[in-house]
Design a protein around this ligand. Structure first.
Ligand SMILES: NC(=O)c1ccc[n+]([C@@H]2O[C@H](COP(=O)([O-])OP(=O)(O)OC[C@H]3O[C@@H](n4cnc5c(N)ncnc54)[C@H](OP(=O)(O)O)[C@@H]3O)[C@@H](O)[C@H]2O)c1
Length: 410
């Protein structure tokens, strides 16, 4: 069976998808019977035509892809929201299935697109939108359909994980390590989307929607980035036995959903603490599965392209678009407001070197029913760090990581 795709965008991922399809064509044909071809490539920058793919495949006319009856799958890899939304919407209306790696598109406009796909009997596949090469979407939707998930923790942004790993290794403060990440191509010239947590928030909205079968959008995710984390914070955390990570946490608590992204103190022995550099990981807990962690390269051309190509082959091998192929948001769950979430905190205080100061701080905590689990005072007159202890309810709660920013775990 010959399957022709229309590729939108020939940047990092688009060109890698083309290269991977060329390289793996025969193996995919042998394994699945799908004769995968790139029919057309839509690209603004036509200077790319003929460099890594034949010039005759390139077009700047989207309509020519829509009008081609041989193209059954549109692969959106231009990024951004506006044009991507227009193209994906039009593709679905014109009877094409869609594969996308665009988390911003889905986290902001997913409801409309999935509804349209359902109405049109088409599929939207989006494995590469979270975790790059890690097959987390398919595993959550299919393999974990009966897992009764209640907790999803993710290290889903490679840039921030690279920076925090370098800081943990003592390679510099936030700005030094960010500059190095930019030199090495791990961070954009404008790193805001990554370091402020927007990228991770979009990915967590997608993961939470799948885990709990209820729509979560970007606007529902509380977010804090890593810009204020200092080498001092990282060192204190280390001394207390923790690693600071930008954690996305999506939890189902008493039937309500809470999704947040913020720097978190992860115990050094927790599996997420060992995810270093630009790697990503998704750690899942469910009543039926206890815990499972998936990890791998979270970005990059060929790793991400492998997830895109897998989605294309899945569509080509699926006759009907069942709910597993589109969003399975058949529930409408309430959100648990952030101020109702119980957690532990890491508190760093600068105090004057005067007798009785620490006792007064401890007493102030006590008056507000906050107990202190551990305390570290490094130098005279500098910065003691505190970990508040969990309440009995927190201990009971099955979450294994605290999810306040930055927080201690018990
Ligand atoms: N890079 C990764 O590691 C990674 C990982 C996972 C997911 N993703 C997602 O994959 C998507 C693509 O990312 P990327 O890194 O490949 O981006 P990219 O390198 O910027 O590629 C996008 C390409 O699309 C072109 N383009 C932009 N708007 C267009 C339009 N309206 N019509 C036609 N062509 C257009 C761009 O041309 P110009 O350059 O001339 O603007 C560029 O060649 C994004 O949604 C991203 O979030 C990326």
């Amino acid at each position: 069976m010959t399957v022709r795709i229309g590729l939108l965008g020939f940047g990092t991922i688009g060109s890698s998808v083309y290269a991977l399809i060329e390289k793996e064509h025969d193996a995919i044909l042998e394994a699945t019977g799908v004769d995968l071809r790139v029919g057309k490539i839509l690209e603004i920058d036509l200077s790319k035509a003929g460099v890594a793919a034949p010039a005759e495949l390139f077009t700047s006319d989207f309509e020519s892809i829509m009008a081609d009856p041989q193209i059954g799958i549109v692969v959106e890899l231009i990024g951004g929201i506006d044009w991507a939304f227009r193209y994906v919407e039009e593709s679905l209306r014109r009877g094409k299935n869609v594969v996308t790696a665009n988390k911003q598109l889905l986290a902001n406009k997913g409801a409309a697109l999935f509804q349209l796909a359902k109405d049109e009997g088409r599929q939207i596949r989006f494995e590469a939108s979270v975790g790059g090469a890690i097959p987390v979407i398919k595993v959550m939707r299919e393999s974990m359909i009966a897992a009764d998930l209640h907790t999803v923790y993710g290290i889903v942004n490679g840039t921030t994980n690279y920076i925090l790993t370098a800081m943990y290794r003592g390679e510099g403060d936030y700005l030094d390590t960010l500059a190095r990440a930019q030199q090495l191509g791990y961070a954009e010239a404008d790193p805001t989307a990554d370091v402020a947590g927007h990228d991770a928030a979009a990915k967590m909205a997608i993961l939470a929607s799948i885990a709990y079968h209820s729509r979560v959008t970007m606007a529902d995710v509380a977010r804090e980035g890593i810009e204020k984390i200092t080498a001092g914070d990282v060192q204190y955390a280390k001394d207390l036995g923790y690693v600071i990570k930008l954690i996305g946490a999506a939890r189902l608590i008493d039937g309500r959903v809470n999704v947040r992204v913020h720097p978190t103190l992860v115990p050094a022995a927790h599996p997420l603490a060992s995810i270093n550099g630009s790697y990503n990981a998704v750690y899942l807990r469910g009543h039926a599965i206890d815990e499972i962690m998936l990890t791998g390269p979270g970005a990059g051309g060929i790793p991400t392209a492998s997830a895109v190509v897998s989605d294309i082959v899945s569509i080509a091998s699926t006759k009907t678009a069942g709910f597993l192929q589109n969003c399975s948001c058949y529930k409408v769950l309430d959100f648990l407001p952030d101020d109702e979430v119980v957690s532990t905190f890491f508190i760093r205080v600068r105090v004057e070197d005067r007798a009785g100061v620490l006792a007064r701080i401890a007493s102030a905590f006590g008056e507000h029913d906050v107990s202190i689990e551990s305390m570290l005072q490094k130098n005279r007159g500098t910065t003691p760090s505190w970990c508040s202890s969990p309440t009995p309810r927190e201990r009971e709660a099955s979450s294994r990581l605290s999810t306040r920013s930055p927080a201690c775990r018990w």
